[in-house]
Design a protein around this ligand. Structure first.
Ligand code: RM4
Ligand code: MN
Ligand code: MN
Length: 424
């Protein structure tokens, strides 16, 4: 379906008076208002192609309706999101959940929707039909060189497909590890993984990057071969300057101080970027900001501070991606909420009085430090995020327009109630 700009304009007109009252009130207290607005306008978050359908757990999957049936319809979905929020200008593909058979046509379609291709993701955690080797006991770490070779070749193939689409990064997440003590020789597993990654690294085009994502557990429950940021950091340091560590917010053991991890990786020039989501327990893949929005804000505090210290471009120098799974909500609504939560946290971090914070830190004035952070966090910046959207032609309230315009109903009409997307 095509969402007509006049529909958005009408929506904005009817919401404008209320919005104006709020933004005027907020603007009065923000000294660097114009520059914050520009930063918010530039900030885009990639949408995962594997999260446009309903997710599930090992206990079941309760399908939604009108899910995208193919990669073209996935682009259409992300195009809709981007039209509404002007902040979802790219899509991240997971191969072979998606197979871009006609990259030229796909690129043209993406351009029509004003989208780009973000990092491409490889998949060596599931066996593919007709594959010679199984990944049951790992892929890049495997004791059998033949299995490692197959997994390496798949990653190289994904790079090629990404090149054809104009993508510039490969994300590698490995399910590799072991379920029982004694199953694996840790050193061999590490060295095999490193050697395999080195072969993949050698196939990267000049301007490409490789992101090595870590995860504490699942599907392996005793050890993971890239189990935490330390292990990922070891691999990416040994690989070279094109390699860096990808932080998925749900991939830590409970209570990990993610903002500190982020700060240190950034300091070392080894932070690739994010898979945003939220969680209560593990890799829950819940809507960003739904469980722990304060943690998200603290992460953005470190990001803004650290990126500014290195003169980095907030919008372009790190990878901003969502990785989520929507078991009970409409995927598109969930993604709208996630993007909004990310932009809210970013806007709040931009409000932090950094020079006052530095001064208070210098004096060990702990109370003032906390006040400064919480003053920013407790500011309702939603009008600011909406104003940035409005300036780009997006909707003042994307979610309410999604509902009132009956977008899902229209998609169901086009695709059918039983259309099921590939992915998580
Ligand atoms: C993993 C990890 C990867 C994602 C897969 C589907 O837990 O988060 O990034 O590609 O799930
Ligand atoms: Mn992830
Ligand atoms: Mn995950």
């Amino acid at each position: 379906m095509v969402l007509n700009q006049t529909v958005i304009d009408q929506h904005n007109e009817s919401h404008f008076a209320r919005h104006k009252r709020k933004i005027d009130f907020l603007q009065a207290d923000i000294s660097n208002y114009a520059s914050i607005l520009e930063k918010l306008k530039a900030f885009q978050i990639a949408i995962p192609s594997w999260a446009l359908g309903t997710g599930g757990t090992r206990f079941g999957r309760f399908a939604g309706a009108g899910e995208p049936r193919n990669i073209e319809e996935k682009l259409e979905d992300v195009g809709l999101l981007h039209k509404l929020n002007k902040s979802s200008g790219s899509i991240s593909l997971h191969i072979p959940w998606d197979i871009p058979t006609n990259p030229t046509a796909l690129k043209a379609l993406a351009t029509e929707h004003q989208l780009k291709f973000d990092a491409v993701n490889s998949n060596t955690f599931q066996d593919q039909p007709g594959a010679t080797h199984s990944y049951k006991y790992g892929s890049l770490q495997h004791v059998d060189k033949g299995v490692r070779k197959q997994a390496i070749e798949h990653n190289i193939e994904v790079i090629k497909q990404g090149v054809a689409l104009g993508s510039e990064a490969l994300s590698v997440w490995l399910a590799d590890g072991s379920c029982f003590p004694g199953q694996l020789n840790f050193r061999n597993a590490f060295n095999n993984t490193l050697e395999s990654l080195q072969e993949i690294y050698a196939a990267l085009p000049d301007h490409w990057k490789v992101f090595v994502e870590y995860k504490a557990f699942e599907p392996n429950f005793y050890s993971m071969s890239v189990g935490d940021w330390g292990q990922s950091y070891l691999y990416v340091s040994k690989l070279g300057s094109k390699a860096s560590t990808l932080v998925d917010l749900g991939h830590h053991l409970p209570n990990a101080n993610i903002e500190q991890i982020v700060s240190l990786l950034l300091n070392e020039g080894k932070l690739a970027g994010f898979h945003f989501n939220d969680s209560k327990y593990g890799d829950d893949d819940l809507t960003v900001g739904s469980i722990n929005p304060y943690q998200l804000f603290l992460i953005f505090n470190e990001l803004v501070e650290g990126m500014d210290a290195k003169n980095m471009n907030h919008a372009k120098d790190l990878g901003w991606m969502i990785d989520a799974s929507h078991n009970v909500k409409d995927p598109l609504e969930d993604l709208l909420q996630s993007v909004e939560a990310i932009k809210i946290a970013y806007a709040q971090a931009l409000l932090i009085d950094t020079s006052a914070l530095r001064e208070a830190q210098q004096k060990n004035d702990v109370t003032t430090c906390q006040e400064i952070l919480q003053t920013a966090y407790r500011t309702d910046v939603r009008p600011l995020v909406a104003e940035a959207r409005l300036a780009l032609g997006g909707a003042l309230d994307p979610l309410s327009l999604f509902r009132s315009n009956k977008i899902r109903e229209q998609l169901v009409k086009e695709r059918g109630a039983n259309a099921v997307a590939t992915g998580l």
